[in-house]
Design a protein around this ligand. Structure first.
Ligand code: GGG
Length: 357
């Protein structure tokens, strides 16, 4: 039986409410398969820590995380702390330092959850977003000068590297081979003639190594419209950091709630621990009320099990998630009245319970 060391960062707000549900699902699934167990180390890194101690994580935080096999992350953000401080104080340094260059986000409608799309079903909305996660618009390159004066200037440069685009494109084509063999590459290369054109060229080059996979390039505005009007025409979608961040929130909306959208931040080389998180933030407006939807975190936990090589346990968690989506109970964001704990208990109870009613 394998023991996996999991670093747990619940973060702020509803992160602290949904992460225990994700962990309970992982524990139950591994208990059913009997193939492994997890040893968790919880870190209180958050905006609350920032307000108390001046930083979201300690200076040796990355060293501590590096000792683990994977990271389960909740959400960061608290109203008095500016969002760019919280994001650059924790999540983005982890993604960049650990070279978690893939942000994988499934966008799929679950039976039982109403999509706002008239024809939004599991057959028509089933995409896999592959977001470049370490460079692009979120490289953090830029500066401000003449700050506070009428002559103030702010510059922020997107960084696209041939190596960075090539590796994310290759990952997307490999995933497409496991699915419907279609890759949609999204840029804005009519207007952004340097970085986006480099992206298009490199993706076309990579496509030559995958003659069995069909490549289509879309401008980001057209891709957004297509997600709503013809979602079934999209399978694997690869895009830069910012575009895929935005499009996957649209994807979450098509799924019926941000409370369902899961993501995996992966280092495919496995030199560093990969990080798994719900796409949603800390939702301070509902934090502490026990009504947050834990499904996105449970889905992220299933992605974590898959990455750890626990495919059977991952499948058990996903099947339980699908069953509860179909039969309830459901939280308010997806039309129900149940609490986070009630939905969590139902999912954990459904793990390994197939055929038992
Ligand atoms: N659970 C995710 C979280 O806290 N997200 C905050 C956020 O704004 N993330 C932006 C990103 O994923 O790049």
């Amino acid at each position: 039986m394998t023991a996996y060391r999991i670093a747990v960062i619940p973060g702020d707000g509803i992160g602290k409410e949904v992460v225990p549900v994700g962990l309970a699902a992982v524990r139950r699934a591994l208990e059913v398969t009997g193939s492994g167990r997890i040893e968790t180390m919880e870190f209180d890194w958050s905006c609350e820590r920032y307000l108390r101690e001046g930083s979201l994580m300690p200076t040796d935080g990355l060293t501590k995380l590096a000792e683990h096999d994977a990271i389960l992350f909740g959400a960061v953000g608290l109203p008095p702390v500016p969002d760019h401080i919280s994001l650059w104080g924790l999540l983005l340094p982890i993604r960049q330092s650990f070279d978690l260059y893939v942000n994988l986000r499934p966008v799929r409608v679950l039976d039982g959850i109403a999509s706002p799309l008239r024809h939004g079903t599991r057959e028509t909305v089933d995409m896999l977003f592959i977001r470049e996660n370490t460079e692009g618009e979120y490289a953090g390159v830029g500066g401000r000068f003449h700050q506070g004066s009428p002559d103030e200037v702010a510059l922020q440069t997107s960084v696209y590297t041939r190596r960075g685009v090539e590796r994310i494109a290759r990952f997307a084509f490999e995933r497409a081979r496991e699915r419907r063999k279609q890759v949609a590459s999204v840029t804005k290369s009519n207007a952004i003639q340097y970085t986006a054109v480099l992206w298009d060229e490199v993706v076309r080059d990579v496509a030559k190594d995958f003659p069995d996979v069909e490549l289509t390039s879309y401008l980001v505005d057209a891709a957004a419209a297509r997600m709503v009007m013809e979602p079934a025409s999209l399978d694997v979608v690869v895009a830069s950091n910012l575009y895929a961040d935005i499009l996957t929130d649209l994807g979450a909306a098509l799924q019926g709630s941000l409370g369902l959208a899961a993501s995996a931040n992966l280092d495919p080389s496995r030199r560093h621990p990969s990080l798994f998180e719900p796409v949603h933030g800390s939702a301070p407006q509902i934090a502490g009320r026990g009504i947050a939807n834990p499904m996105a975190t449970v889905w992220a936990a299933a992605l974590m099990l898959e990455h750890l090589g626990e495919r059977d346990a991952s499948a058990l968690v996903l099947r339980a998630l699908e069953r509860v989506a179909r039969e309830g109970p459901r939280t308010a964001d997806v039309g129900g009245r149940a609490s986070t704990t009630e939905v969590g208990a139902a999912i954990v109870g459904a793990i390994g319970a197939e055929g038992k009613g």
